[in-house]
Design a protein around this ligand. Sequence first.
Ligand code: UDX
Ligand code: UDX
Length: 462
Amino acid sequence: MRVCVIGTGYVGLVTGVCLSHIGHEVICVDNNEEKVKILKSGQSPIYEPGLAELMKSSIEVGRLHFTSDLAAGVAHGDILFIAVGTPPLPTGESDTRYVEAVARGIGAHLDGGYKVIVNKSTVPIGSGDWVRMIVLDGIVERQKSLVTAGGGGVTTLEEIKADFDVVSNPEFLREGSAVYDTFNPDRIVLGSNSPKAIQMMKKLYEPLVNRGFSDDSNLPPVPVVVTDLNSAEMIKYAANAFLATKISFINEVANICDRVGADVTQVARGIGLDSRIGNKFLQAGIGWGGSCFPKDVSALIHTADDYGYEAELLKAAVNVNRRQRVITIEKLQHELKILKGKTVGLLGLTFKPNTDDMRDAPALNIIEQLNRLGARVKAYDPIVSQAGIGQGLSGVIVESDPEMLADGCDALVLVTDWQEFLQLDYRKMASLMNNPVMIDGRNFLDRQQLETAGFRYVGIGR
Ligand code: UDX
Ligand code: UDX
């Protein structure tokens, strides 16, 4: 099928690349010319495991193209994905201006043939109808300009043909395993009131539904959940709000464990084996960050508020998370007392491993708090240190290897659970430090191993 994906960020690029890999003809559009230039040269502007390889092979077979020309993308695609960012505003609402600009642009370039417009961006509930309205506005504006210019052959607004439907198709891709998640989905959600659009979307996803690209092709087909527009949009928010609340729950339990002398990792295992609870997303630590959980939970609270409901449970999940982010500071104060004049080294900067994404990363709050308390902050991150992304960070010295990080530190804080941190030479690192203390913000390291290496080990809730 012929597909256009508008927005080549973490979600749009993975979507475009994976759809071309399963056999579709894809054009990816981005209004950032620099980015398009990088993409055209066959390079991925983001770090996402497996993505660059798939991108290269799809470009080689001629099924994947990049452009900054929205008109060309709209003309190509029978299915048009909107995958631009919806960052949070200071009020907690989503900033939908990019979605609006794209919807208007699609309207301005629709050529008469039937199109399915798919909302992949996480948009406030009710945005499906709003996108339809903006696309229609875009069509009207173009027709008006044609009439004014005396061209186009269309003389009245009644003659406008608008043959399109809107579908909400939320993404559930985790950064760091987005390619894997695309090929091995738990479900595909399609929200629309148009049977024709749903049919086309089912055809688009058929190779994935039939497990043609799954790690295990013997699994039963992927469930396709067909709903109305609003319910599909709500599914996205509810899924992320549930997962974020689950993490805040285990973090709260960890804080109680700390006080009563229980070990939250054992508690998580003990409750996670109950199939009604499940063992995933029960890793206690310094809390959730990234481009989705914080933004989506805030947006859902905001929407509830708009409709006269106070989402108390979600507000509590956010508050627990806010407090959790600085729990490492309390632990550092407990270990080192005065932090002024001390040097603290952070192992990891990104909001989770296997990504270069720093959006709403707990590391940023920790750096800010340590700076405020007069400590010197250094950091080492497997990706940020290499990619030179660290240049934009303030209040932190980004070191190029873990031993340089340890050198002269009064304590280390493990912020991100990168696999490579399991294999560091901790004995050597301890010998380079003023004071070998390790605050393990993700309960990721082995206490015994660290203590043998000469560290005083402090976890979260254990
Ligand atoms: C996505 C979703 O779309 C967002 O709603 C969801 O909650 C998280 O995932 P993400 O892929 O992270 O967002 O966005 P980002 O990495 O910021 O990329 C957006 C891309 O769209 C950028 O490349 C930007 O240049 C492009 N863009 C933006 C356009 O092409 N046109 C615009 O008008 C605006
Ligand atoms: C999330 C959703 O999981 C995904 O379906 C999609 O909607 C996009 O948003 P992502 O933000 O990439 O994915 O990462 P995720 O793996 O969900 O982790 C989010 C945050 O929670 C990270 O900061 C992570 O460190 C933290 N986390 C996760 C925990 O603290 N404990 C856990 O047990 C799991």
